[in-house]
Design a protein around this ligand. Structure first.
Ligand SMILES: [Zn+2]
Length: 238
């Protein structure tokens, strides 16, 4: 069983810092094999810290790029990250970036380019207006061949909507970071273990706790192994 954490930030912002080495130390302490990482997206940001951390820990850290679709360079940035540096996915944060996830002019070109590469898109998916679960449903329907991962699974107010849409759309997955265990247990029971993905959102968490909490997600060992690594490994073709 390969344990993979599907949500981490590497880089520096005013309120937080995490290097690749910091993250790998957390993985080692918790017994986690690999971690997906992407930039902090507040203010101006770049994908260079991710590129560099991946070069330093190629077997442990899985690089996703992040872009703001308002920038004219967004599509080219994704292309360069994937083709030149081997990035494996895209992270979007509509609330911080100031756009609706379902905005056709801003987001469709990014979804189209990810569809072409066959890489997943993880999107901040708390119950905020710009990235509430119906925004995900619109995109899951518009791009059925894109794997779309809803970080925070609609927490706080929209978990039930998130679960409903994850059942309805085969390409929509729920990711558990910041979500309490009651909501995660509900998601596993109703959507199924194949559609639930473990992530922590480090450094904004107690790392060991975020891993330990998943031991209560299900009583089924096979389901557990899918949630804490098998599903994201399949999506990323690891
Ligand atoms: Zn995050």
């Amino acid at each position: 069983m390969t344990i993979i954490d599907a949500h981490n930030h590497v880089g520096t912002i005013k309120k937080a810092h995490q290097s690749g080495a910091d993250l790998v130390a957390k993985l080692d302490k918790a017994g986690v094999e690999k971690a997906v990482m992407f930039p902090f997206v507040e203010g101006d940001f770049s994908n260079e810290p991710i590129r560099d951390a991946h070069r330093e820990f190629p077997d442990r850290l899985i690089p996703y790029c992040a872009v703001n679709p308002w920038n004219d360079t967004a599509v080219d940035d994704v292309r360069r990250c994937v083709e030149t540096y081997g990035f494996k996915g895209l992270k979007l944060h509509p609330t911080i970036g100031g756009y609706h996830l379902s905005d056709p002019k801003l987001c469709d070109p990014l979804f189209a380019v990810c569809e072409g590469y066959g890489i997943p898109i993880v999107v901040h998916g708390a119950s905020d207006l710009y990235n509430c679960p119906p925004e995900f449903a619109l995109m899951a329907e518009r791009f059925p061949n894109v794997t779309l991962i809803m970080a925070h699974m609609g927490f706080f107010w929209s978990v039930d909507q998130a679960i409903r849409f994850a059942i309805q759309y085969p390409n929509l997955y729920l990711e558990t970071s910041r979500a309490p265990i009651f909501e995660i247990q509900t998601a596993v029971r109703e959507v199924g273990a194949d559609k639930v993905i473990w992530g922590t959102d480090s450094p904004f968490v107690d790392y060991a706790f975020e891993f330990q909490k998943m031991s209560s997600a299900t009583d089924d060992a096979d389901a557990y192994s899918k949630i804490v690594g098998g599903n994201i490994a399949r999506i990323l073709k690891l």
